[in-house]
Write a protein that binds this ligand. Structure first.
Ligand code: ASP
Length: 305
C-alpha cells in the first residue's frame, strides 16, 4: 500500500535575529517546495532530501554551499552526508573546497561508490569523475562572510569565547523525507563553524552524528555546535530511541535535554519515522524549520513557542 509522503527541513538552530527571520523562513519553505516536487513526481525519499538541501545550499542565508562561514584561512570548506533508510547506503564527504552542492556529490557516493565517505581532494576527484562540476573556492565566498571573519579575528580571545553560545549562528541545513514506497532518507550539509581550523570536521557529515536514516528506526538531521553533538552520536542515539518504541516528538525533546545536560551542547534536530511520525526540537532560542504532509504545510522559527 502506498504511503502518504512527509518532508521536514531545517535551516539551522541559533538565535536568528529578527531581520534574518524572513530569509530563513523563505529558505526552508523553498526547500520543502523542491523536495515535495520530487516526492510528488515519483521521486524517492533520497531524491527529496537531496533536492531540498540543494535549494538551501544555493541560498546565501545558510551556512551550506555558497555563502558558508569561512575557516581561519578565509576559505570555504564544506561537509555533507546523505543516507537512505531502505538500504542503509550512505554518501558523505568532508573538507571539500571546490564543490557548489556537496549534497549532489554525496548522492553520487551513495549510489555509485562502494565507499561511504571521501575527504578533501579525493572527494573532489570523485565528484569530477562523476559529472559534478568543480568551482573555484572564491566562487563560494561572499562579502558578508569575509566581513564576519575579519570582525571575528579582530576580537581578543576573551571576546571570541561566545562563538559557541547558543545564540551564535549555526545555519547548517538538513532534511528528512518519507516517500510513497514507505522509505525514509536524511541529508545534512554545512560549511561548519566560523574560523574553524582547516581540516576540522563537524558532526553534520558524520553518520549517526549529524545525519542518519534507517527504515527500522528513523531519519534524522541535526544542527548546532558540532563537537558536543559528535560526542553523543546524537542522530543515532535518537533513532535508537524510536526503534525502542518511543514517539518521535518525545525523542527529539529528550535528545535536546541530553545534549544540554550531558555535554553542555546546543542545537536542533528533525526526526521522521517510516510511519510518517516526526519530531522537531531545538534548545537554542530559534531554529528555522518547515514540514509538509498531504494534509498540512507549516513553517516557523521557534518550535518551542
Ligand atoms: N553542526 C555544524 C558543525 O559543527 C554547524 C551547524 O550546525 O551550523 O559543523
Amino acid at each position: 500500500m502506498s504511503k502518504d509522503p512527509v518532508l521536514v527541513a531545517h535551516g539551522g538552530a541559533w538565535g536568528i535575529p529578527d531581520d534574518m527571520v524572513e530569509a530563513h523562513l523563505n529558505g526552508v519553505r523553498n526547500a520543502i517546495a523542491a523536495g515535495w516536487h520530487a516526492l510528488s513526481h515519483g521521486g524517492s525519499a533520497a531524491d527529496a532530501v537531496e533536492e531540498a538541501v540543494v535549494i538551501m545550499e544555493d541560498d546565501d542565508a545558510f551556512d551550506a554551499g555558497r555563502g558558508s562561514f569561512l575557516n581561519r584561512e578565509g576559505k570555504v570548506q564544506l561537509d555533507a552526508l546523505i543516507m537512505d533508510g531502505a538500504t542503509l547506503r550512505a554518501g558523505g564527504l568532508g573538507c571539500v573546497e571546490h564543490i557548489r552542492n556537496p549534497i549532489r556529490a554525496a548522492r553520487k557516493i551513495l549510489s555509485e561508490s562502494p565507499h561511504v565517505y571521501f575527504v578533501a581532494e579525493g572527494a573532489e576527484r570523485f565528484a569530477a569523475e562523476h559529472g559534478i562540476p568543480l568551482c573555484k573556492n572564491e566562487d563560494l565566498i561572499i562579502p558578508r562572510e569575509v566581513e564576519r571573519l575579519r570582525e571575528f579575528q579582530s576580537r581578543t580571545s576573551e571576546e571570541r569565547a561566545d562563538l559557541f553560545a547558543p545564540t551564535i549562528s549555526h545555519d547548517t541545513v538538513g532534511a528528512v523525507a518519507l516517500d510513497r514506497d514507505g522509505n525514509i532518507a536524511a541529508a545534512t550539509s554545512t560549511g561548519g563553524t566560523l574560523n574553524k581550523a582547516p581540516g576540522r570536521l563537524g558532526d553534520s557529515s558524520l553518520i549517526g552524528c549529524g545525519c542518519y536514516a534507517d527504515n527500522e528506526s528513523a531519519a534524522v538531521s541535526t544542527t548546532g555546535w558540532g563537537e558536543p553533538i559528535m560526542k553523543l552520536v546524537l542522530a543515532k542515539w535518537s533513532a535508537d530511541r524510536v526503534f525502542a518504541g518511543n514517539a518521535p516528538q518525545w525523542v527529539v525533546l529528550e535528545a535536546m535535554e541530553y545534549l544540554k545536560n550531558r555535554v553542555a551542547g546546543h542545537g536542533g534536530i528533525i526526526l521522521l519515522d517510516a510511519r510518517g511520525r516526526f519530531g522537531i526540537a531545538h534548545n537554542t532560542p530559534r531554529m528555522a524549520w518547515a514540514f509538509k504532509t498531504t494534509k498540512e504545510e507549516t513553517s516557523g522559527i521557534d518550535r518551542n513557542a
